[in-house]
Design a protein around this ligand. Structure first.
Ligand code: SF4
Length: 266
């Protein structure tokens, strides 16, 4: 069994085109959707309006997966984050010094979701599934060959082909598809300061939701005696840290490539 862990961004979409053109041998693309209320709406729109139809025309299965609870109901990352009785914060919120905390969102809402689908479809430790991830040459530091779970072996087809992000954009454009937006949760603490500024300027409703989420997280942390945590690296609330066009501080070294598992932002 061979699948691509499809993130909805540039690299994943290039893999979709390469598969459709027969350059790579993957016919199943799994998109672990962390929630329609959590993924960036532009990514979901791109998949609905472009990627799904393209995949269907090429005979490729583009399957959307969701995290399910034991009772079978679906849980989104936003729901988890805003649940009143949850103590640990699954996303990599930043401490006052700007360092991101540990996260479980990628594992719980992506890796395990894909892993369960693979197990349910026959992958075992003896016959593991191959999972391709869209990491390009310029993000090689994000690649990590270790097996995620016993029944999976990870491959990086873009690295094998020596392709960079700019090559991916060319591949997508040559296929007649629009270039997809960067994919990630709209509130991800790994967003660059530039991306936050753009959100405040261009997507005020999403920015307001991010501000709300940061407050919810901190209200909960305060209630259990913990210090504040933030969605940016600046050690202060989003509304103060991101002031539109004005600089909130240095932006270098803060990369959205930091989502290093390779399962987000590809
Ligand atoms: S994009 Fe960020 S918040 Fe969303 S699952 Fe990945 S690391 Fe977590």
């Amino acid at each position: 069994m061979k699948v691509i862990s499809y993130g909805g961004g540039v690299q994943s979409t290039a893999l979709l085109v390469l598969a459709a053109q027969g350059h790579i041998d993957f016919r199943t693309f799994l998109f672990a959707n962390v929630g329609d209320d959590s993924e960036h709406p532009a990514t979901l729109a791109y998949i609905a309006e472009h990627a799904a139809a393209y995949a269907a025309r090429a005979g490729i299965d583009l399957v959307q997966l969701h995290r399910t609870r034991r009772d079978g109901s679906t849980e989104t990352l936003w729901q988890r984050l805003t649940k009143p009785d949850v103590r640990s914060i699954p996303i990599p919120v930043r401490m006052a010094n700007g360092a991101p905390g540990r996260r479980s969102c990628t594992a719980d809402f992506k890796i395990k979701v894909v892993g369960r689908w693979l197990r349910n479809h026959g992958a075992t430790a003896l016959e593991p599934a191959t999972v391709g991830i869209g990491i390009s040459l310029d993000e090689i530091h994000r690649a990590n060959k270790r097996r995620r779970e016993d029944h999976e072996v990870i491959e990086y087809p873009l690295l094998d082909l020596g392709l960079r992000r700019t090559d991916c954009i060319q591949i997508i454009e040559d296929a007649g598809l629009p270039v997809p937006p960067k994919s990630s949760c709209f509130f991800c603490p790994f967003r660059t300061v530039g991306a936050w500024r753009e959100q405040r300027r261009e997507e005020p409703q999403l920015f307001a939701k991010s501000v709300y989420l940061e407050r919810v997280i901190n209200d909960r942390r305060a209630a259990i005696g913990r210090d504040a945590a933030y969605l940016t690296r600046y050690g202060r609330p989003l509304e103060e840290a991101i002031t539109g066009a004005a600089s909130a501080g240095p932006s270098s070294g803060e990369g959205d490539g930091s989502c290093d598992s390779g399962w987000c932002m590809t």
